[in-house]
Write a protein that binds this ligand. Structure first.
Ligand code: NAP
Length: 307
């Protein structure tokens, strides 16, 4: 069986980069994987875990001769990295990324892409709250969507080839504009993270309820927010700084709806609360029907034994 790519370069080897390495190896998608990460310790770990065949001390070195280059670091780093690798990208190579925002990535990367290199931004809608080179696993992308946001002038064959890569990783692929991606993800991912960060921070500041009570009684709902709020601070700082408009738009709508709920509680409008809660339940059922979560009670957690 021939490989889809001879050489893939991973720039950034954390949760997403290491998961890609595992699935590339497992499904024999590329003959060779090269890599680069910011710190010496991550580079050493990547070699130790055999995530890469060769690690480089610079991004420019890591992308040499690669037919697919994937930026897998926080989105705030992409502009500088694109500038650094610009001169050593192989003609005909595909340059992509996994960043959680897309319009800002096009803005930061596109100016540095040399003639003859195919830049096709991407975002796998798959992740966990873990980070680092040891957190990856090959199954992360199975049955998850990967959104590609090719520019209007993108080469159709290169887009097809990149879509084939994600399909080989187990994903379903959808194409859309970077702006539409940012709007969709603002409500499905970015706002939920902001709400989770906020509720955890509110609980931490409470004076009447102690920290130990918050932890002890967290199964009431709070702990599900803490999982999301445990996500990487650097990654999420960069997401909010780089998807400002769409997040502020969704936050405005969210605040209006929250005020309506507040009003319904104040005035005892049980019908309104019931109708909104019923509609939400339906959305949850649709997510399960679409295979994007498990229907097992308590999100598939096994019940811990009483201590
Ligand atoms: P991560 O586990 O924290 O790993 C980030 C990696 O980027 C590390 O290897 C880090 O190296 C490296 N890095 C940081 N700054 C760098 C720089 N200036 N130059 C080169 N490498 C640098 O992060 P992740 O969760 O894999 O996220 C990576 C990207 O995937 C982000 O753009 C994020 O938006 C996107 N994404 C994340 C998820 C998710 O759920 N986590 C889902 C979809 C997409 P060191 O270890 O040496 O610092």
């Amino acid at each position: 069986m021939s490989f889809q790519f001879e050489r893939i370069a991973l720039i950034g080897i954390g949760l997403i980069g290491s998961s890609l390495s595992h699935v590339i190896r497992k499904n024999r998608i590329a003959r060779t994987i090269t890599g680069y990460a910011r710190s010496e310790s991550t580079r050493r770990k990547a070699v130790e875990l055999k995530l890469v065949d060769a690690v480089s001390g610079t991004a420019a070195d890591a992308v040499k001769d690669a037919d697919l280059v994937i930026l897998c670091s926080p989105v705030g780093t992409y502009g500088v990295l694109a500038q650094e690798i610009s001169a050593t990208l192989k003609p005909g190579a595909i340059l992509t990324d996994v960043g959680s925002v897309k319009a800002a990535v096009v803005r930061d990367v596109q100016p540095h892409v040399p003639q003859g290199v195919h830049f096709i931004p991407g975002h796998p809608i798959a992740g966990t709250e873990q980070s680092g080179p040891e957190s990856g696993f090959a199954e992360l992308f199975i049955n998850r969507w990967c959104i590609l946001t090719p520019l209007p002038e993108a080469d159709a064959t290169a887009v097809e080839k990149l879509a084939g890569f994600w399909k080989a990783c187990g994903s379903n692929v959808e194409l859309m504009t970077p702006e539409h991606h940012d709007l969709v993800l603002a409500i499905t991912s970015h706002l939920p993270h902001l709400i989770a960060y906020n509720i955890v921070s509110t609980a931490a500041d409470l004076e009447e309820v102690t920290d130990s009570e918050v932890i002890k009684y967290s199964a009431g709902g709070f702990r599900d927010f803490t999982r999301i709020a445990a996500s990487d601070p650097t990654m999420w700082r960069d997401v909010f700084l780089n998807n400002k408009d769409a997040v502020l738009e969704m936050l405005g709508r969210f605040s209006e709806d929250l005020s309506a709920l507040q009003r319904a509680i104040r005035w005892g409008d049980g019908d309104m609360l019931f109708n909104i809660f019923s509609r939400s339940r339906e959305i949850r059922r649709n997510i399960i029907a679409a295979g994007q979560d498990t229907a097992a009670p308590d999100f598939g957690r096994s019940t811990p034994k009483p201590q």
